[in-house]
Write a protein that binds this ligand. Structure first.
Ligand SMILES: Nc1ncnc2[nH]cnc12
Ligand SMILES: [Zn+2]
Length: 338
């Protein structure tokens, strides 16, 4: 009989909250810096890794945007995504929904087409060679203006068939969802799905407003919804998926350590929770590592882990056919284990 660790490793998994720029491992950052003749303010991979200690979201974002400057060419974006897809294959992540931040690159003079073409080439190769399916979500940076978000959506118009939806990320404090109501309405008009980071560092009101004013169908993070009991009951009733990122919450000091994470409380309240990695190159592990650590910390059973994976399938924007396929694989895997 398999133990729980092996069970977590081999179960078919789905990831719904992964920033491709946050999967840039220090080694790849150094090699792209060299290829593009960019000098990094760190003398070695080890020194860079030592800098990955954050007291809050903003301290992380400062390093994350600096790191992304090594990404210059279509090939760089391909290499970045390809490296992530290889971890998916290694960890049996069969479907993944990937955020990308065009403004991080267009603000540096890189064309949005360069970014998207590199990512799409990796997406196709990942499906053909690794059997990993994926979708892309274009995120607006909330510390930038509404106007900049609208310009970004316009610039993405030639590539709308390459993206499944739009999201909202970066500094939550001082940049509430209301600021982006119009651009989200435009995205809806274009037939795009909508998600938003909310209730990570910001208050429960951000979760409520992202849901009601931006009309999102998933909330990214959402852990602080717990501060509003009525909202929790409504989110549970509507089964709005929350893409929770345990390692991220620990690294950014949203919680003091994993055992203090409100995941058990969220699950007991009937919220549609999923487990995700956010920025695995910065936070100490990919989806599998997050799931393994949670399974151990919270003593989850095989059934509970399978239920989390099935929730992620249902919450995904994969086709109905792909969802059925993934659910069947999970069901069969659990049946074999029992
Ligand atoms: N955890 C996070 N919160 C907000 N914006 C992000 N961009 C990348 N990771 C993020
Ligand atoms: Zn995130």
């Amino acid at each position: 009989m398999l133990n729980i660790k092996q069970f977590v490793k081999n179960i078919p998994k789905v990831e719904l909250h992964l920033h491709i720029e946050g999967s840039l491992e220090p080694e790849l950052m150094f090699s792209l810096a060299e290829r593009n003749a960019i000098s990094l303010p760190y003398s070695s991979v080890e020194q860079l890794k030592q800098a990955y200690q954050f007291n809050n979201l903003q301290e992380f974002l400062d390093l994350y945007y600096q790191g992304a400057e090594v990404l210059q060419t279509e090939q760089d974006f391909f290499d970045l995504a390809w490296a992530y897809y290889q971890t998916c294959q290694r960890d049996n992540v069969l479907h993944t929904e990937i955020f990308f931040d065009p403004q991080t690159h267009t603000e540096r003079g890189i064309d949005i087409g360069t970014v998207i073409k590199g990512l799409m080439r990796a997406k196709q190769q990942a499906y053909q060679q690794l059997g990993v399916s994926s979708e892309y979500i274009l995120c607006f940076l909330r510390h930038l203006s509404e106007e900049s978000a609208i310009q970004t959506l316009k610039a993405a118009k030639p590539y709308l068939s390459d993206i499944v939806g739009v999201g909202l990320d970066s500094s939550e404090q001082g940049h509430p969802p209301e600021k982006f109501q119009r651009v989200f309405a435009m995205a809806k008009q274009l037939g795009l799905e909508r998600v938003a980071h909310a209730g990570e560092e910001g208050p429960a009101a951000n979760v409520k407003n992202a849901w009601q004013l931006l009309d999102v169908s998933r909330i990214d993070h959402g852990v602080r919804c717990l501060e509003d009991e009525e909202l929790v009951a409504q989110l549970a009733e509507a089964q709005i998926p929350l893409t929770v990122c345990p390692f991220s919450n620990v690294k950014l000091k949203v919680v003091s350590n994993l055992s203090e994470h409100p995941l058990p409380d969220m699950l007991s309240k009937g919220l549609a929770v999923t487990i995700n990695s956010d920025d695995p190159a910065y936070f100490g592990g990919y989806l599998l590592a997050n799931l393994e650590a949670c399974a151990e910390t919270f003593a989850w059973t095989a059934q509970q882990i399978a239920d989390l994976c099935l929730t992620a399938v249902q919450a995904s924007y994969a086709s109905e056919t792909r969802k059925r396929e993934l659910s069947q694989l999970i069901d069969n895997y659990l049946a074999e284990f029992n």
